[in-house]
Design a protein around this ligand. Structure first.
Ligand SMILES: CCCCCCCCCCCCCCCC(=O)SCCNC(=O)CCNC(=O)[C@H](O)C(C)(C)COP(=O)(O)OP(=O)(O)OC[C@H]1O[C@@H](n2cnc3c(N)ncnc32)[C@H](O)[C@@H]1OP(=O)(O)O
Ligand SMILES: NC(=O)C1=CN([C@@H]2O[C@H](COP(=O)(O)OP(=O)(O)OC[C@H]3O[C@@H](n4cnc5c(N)ncnc54)[C@H](OP(=O)(O)O)[C@@H]3O)[C@@H](O)[C@H]2O)C=CC1
Length: 550
């Protein structure tokens, strides 16, 4: 799709030079811009990563709030013994789609899965499917990525960078494409403290890196990875930064929007509060804390916890798709970047998150907790190591000993080792602050009609954090762990049992320590005799005084 051009003026509020010109088909009869739902009416949309956390919410929202959308083409691969059709049909049965199902029981007719493995040449899309897509797709949402922090560099590069390049190549063959929306991350440039809505120079020329890694053995790539990623914490943020650069290079030929969400969490409002389906990012930490497994983690109490609800990200993404398409004839050749964050608008801190997560899990406990939920965050390395020893490793050892003695397989130490690996990878993000400029998010909001602002709400000023965190924790219980809310009384009873076990254990431990102490130290014995005789004296005094008063 080659871009047409017209006269240059300044876009309201952003200071960005744009070209004003109306496309005709996206303006109403009175010349005003069409609403978001009207824009998507009759459009064919291509989505990658639709089976993932954000992709599912995107598909659901499009079907529910843009019911006139023509077809959603989903690039899906077969996985874990399931065909692509089985995967998509399972996905549509999920509770997330309940509201769409209610509105339109035949919604599945709008969904067309297309077999694709993004790491393969030409995305492994059949020639017939390529023909079909190039002839009808109007807008692309590219969500697919590997979000694992420990992904080997070669694989992260293949999926996050090379697949993005291949999708861009495909996009250029599309005859009716109006917008290409790429989902990046706010942490793509986490080596900077202040992040503007611009594409920064890449850490390395992507093409050169791809060419040089191609012939290298995996073990060599593993060895040089830390040197390559430099001041970024993992291959994920590194490859997402390279992907942005690859996307930007095509912006003279395509109308592109880049969305950079921070830490995507459970839904705030839509389709219902608290929807979440994975252990990624903070969700796994919340669950581990709710189960009483996680007791300590390195995080800065005063650092901003830049969580963003998934429905906010998706509403912004759809609005950005609309804006990019409607203004496609008027943009200068640069991708518009939207930092999708909360920190600069409605900040909340890790210390506050800890407090609300803990109190929420006390009100709505998880089933079969290992210990009572009581996690603390600290920025002190030594303190954290101490609590890991005392509150993680020691109880795990005792529990594994109990399992061994009762003829079962020990498992707690293994669970803790995995947890330590996971939180070790997350600590980078919970220990520091970043500042994101979110002017384009505000600019986009100012372009929405009052109706669209309600339907595609991404105004995080309205977010009530304590309520959101409560729903988030309940969401992890209901939708990630599939626990029933009616079991809460039993879960509370279990916590009381754990508390009694703890009191008994602490008392026995104290008596034991004191006993050993007395056996070994004359001074301890003297103190003990002194305390005991004092108690006796008091007792006889009270007995005597009560006899006198009688
Ligand atoms: C109260 C305290 C408040 C303070 C609270 C601070 C929170 C501070 C959050 C910062 C958050 C930054 C986020 C950056 C912003 C993006 O850019 S978001 C992109 C986010 N990406 C991620 O979160 C991916 C991180 N995960 C990974 O890289 C890999 O899963 C890990 C952690 C290396 C584990 O790899 P692995 O050992 O191969 O394990 P994997 O096969 O993935 O999973 C094994 C099991 O552990 C579970 N699991 C996976 N991850 C986790 C986890 N994090 N926890 C527990 N279980 C997990 C899996 O579900 C799986 O369960 P099973 O299916 O076996 O039953
Ligand atoms: N989650 C978060 O906190 C954040 C996410 N993001 C970005 O948002 C986007 C979506 O993330 P999220 O939904 O959380 O990620 P998920 O891991 O939940 O989903 C990833 C999607 O990519 C697909 N995919 C992965 N590998 C391939 C492949 N080889 N071929 C075809 N499809 C593939 C997955 O398909 P399959 O089901 O087959 O594996 C899945 O649909 C990503 O670009 C991510 O970088 C940005 C900031 C934060």
């Amino acid at each position: 799709m080659i871009r047409e051009r017209s006269c240059i003026v300044k876009a309201g509020g952003t200071g960005r030079a744009t070209q004003m010109g109306k496309t005709g088909e996206e303006t109403g009869a009175d010349g005003s811009m069409v609403s978001i739902a009207d824009y998507y009416a009759g459009k064919n949309v291509l989505i990658t990563g639709a089976t993932g956390f954000m992709g599912k919410v995107l598909v659901e929202k499009l079907l529910r709030s843009c019911p006139e959308v023509q077809t959603l083409y989903l690039l899906v691969r077969p996985k874990a013994g399931q065909s692509m059709h089985e995967r998509v049909s399972d996905m549509m049965k999920c509770k997330l789609f309940d509201r769409v199902r209610e509105d339109n029981p035949d919604f599945h007719q709008k969904i067309v899965p297309i077999s694709s493995e993004l790491t393969q040449p030409a995305l492994a899309i059949s020639p017939e499917d390529v023909e079909r897509l190039t002839s009808c797709v109007n807008i692309i949402f590219h969500c697919a990525a590997t979000i694992r922090f420990d992904e080997p560099l070669k694989h992260a590069l293949q999926l996050n960078v090379m697949a993005t390049q291949q999708l861009l190549n495909l996009a250029q063959q599309m005859h009716h494409l109006q917008a290409f929306i790429h989902i990046s991350t706010a942490y793509a440039n986490c080596n900077r403290r202040h992040i503007d809505e611009i594409i920064y120079p890449p850490p390395v020329e992507p093409k050169k890196l791809i060419d040089s890694l191609e012939w290298m053995e995996d073990s060599i790539v593993r060895d040089i990875t830390p040197r390559l990623i430099g001041d970024r914490p993992n291959t994920y943020t590194y490859t997402k930064a390279l992907a942005e650069c690859v996307v930007q290079r095509e912006s003279s030929k395509l109308s592109i929007g880049i969305i950079r969400p921070s830490i995507v969490g459970a839904s705030w409002q839509e389709p219902f509060p608290g929807w979440i389906d994975n252990f990624n990012g903070p969700s796994g930490v919340f669950i581990a804390a709710g189960k009483g497994i996680l007791r300590t983690m390195r995080a800065n109490n005063d650092a901003v916890a830049d969580l963003i609800p998934v429905d906010v990200v998706i509403n912004l993404t759809l609005a950005a798709g609309w804006y990019t398409a409607v203004h496609r004839l008027t943009f200068p050749p640069a991708a518009l970047v939207y930092n999708c964050t909360t920190g600069g608008i409605n900040p909340f801190h890790w210390g506050e998150i800890e407090h609300h997560v803990m109190s929420s899990f006390k009100r709505n406990p998880l089933e079969q907790a290992f210990r009572r939920p009581n996690a603390n965050i600290t920025s002190n390395y030594l303190m954290n190591q101490y609590w890991i020893l005392v509150s993680h490793k020691f109880p795990a050892l005792i529990y594994d000993l109990y399992l061994r003695l009762s003829g079962q397989k020990p498992q707690m130490m293994r669970i803790f080792n995995r947890l330590h690996k996971a939180i070790g990878l997350l600590e980078y993000f919970s220990s520091q602050d970043w500042e994101w400029n979110s002017e384009n998010m505000n600019m986009l909001m100012s372009h929405l009609s009052p109706e669209d602002r309600k339907t595609f709400n991404f105004d995080v000023r309205q977010l009530n954090w304590p309520e959101y965190i409560e729903n988030y924790c309940i969401g992890t219980k209901k939708y990630v762990l599939n626990e029933d809310m009616s079991d809460i009384p039993a879960a509370k009873q279990h916590l009381r049992k754990l508390r009694n076990i703890r009191y008994t254990f602490n008392t026995l431990l104290l008596v034991f320590i004191w006993r050993v102490f007395i056996a070994r130290s004359q001074m301890a014995r003297n103190i003990w005799y002194f305390v005991v005789s004092l108690c006796f004296k008091f007792l006889s005094y009270f007995r005597a005084s009560s006899t006198l008063t009688n």
